[in-house]
Design a binder for this molecule. Sequence first.
Ligand SMILES: [Zn+2]
Length: 323
Amino acid sequence: MSENQTHVWNKPLPQPTPISQPFWDGLKAHRVRLQQCDDCGHWIFFPRAHCPQCASQALTWRDVSGQGTLYTYTVARVPTLPEFTDEMPQQLAVVEFDEGPHINTTLVGIAPGEARIGMRVRPVFDTRPGAVTLLRFTDAAGAHPDVIEGDAPAVVEAPAQDTTAATAPRRQILYTDLDAMRSLVSSEFSGWSNEFQVTQAIIDAFAALSGDDYWIHTDPVRAKAESPFGTTIAHGALVQVLMSRLQLPLDYEITGFNNMLNYGSDRIRFASPVPSGCRIHARHRVKAVEAVKRGVQMTLEINIHVVGQDRPSVVNDLVILYM
Ligand SMILES: [Zn+2]
């Protein structure tokens, strides 16, 4: 993703208060700070004006390691808000600091199913929102970086099939060899393409170009208040053409043709929305191959999904004519 993209953080953010401000300032400096009671020594989180143990108001902010253990967690496969659609599945967790207090957080760099209650975890500073730094946690023994930098995807665990698809030797298939061409027809989908982030800047550019500047695409404030999706969404037609940004992993190569025509589409459906800021990727299968008067026609079913979503956003039966 070498595009010069404006990163748009479309998710709700914490609002620091005078009492909690030192905590957020600490995260900005990549430090975890907790309050400790000067009178009874009790460690405190969330930030408060008095000690919940002895009611003393003599509390001091102190740097701590931020290390702790995983107290409990759940894997959320349905977004808690539309803005989190691109983070599915999300691992919502409670971490117990070594000093005792608990904190609500999300786990990163741990594959769903790998988390274990009681495992050692360490802090990860997520700087992507810009205005505030968020505190996430990862496996203390894992290789996840301590800081998630702006514009970097949080955790991209590339499915193994991606690498195998990229390195697998390509079968060469002569387009006139109908048996070989038909052997490509499958009900199984390929591996996933690369990912591409559909930013509000891209949606705005498409609105300007197409003239479709309906508020559901272009007005984040109104969309937050009035749209059933709670945020702006990309135009279906935009998502469809963004296929050009996605490289499908093909394990075959059609050869011998003089010309390849994009004949259009037998079917196109915009099956689910792509909220602004989400990453998309695609996969495909060869749906049909038939000899026609002018050559050989192949129908590819190309599905574009929001990353992490089972339901496709665009279903496109693309017809290609080889001649
Ligand atoms: Zn106290």
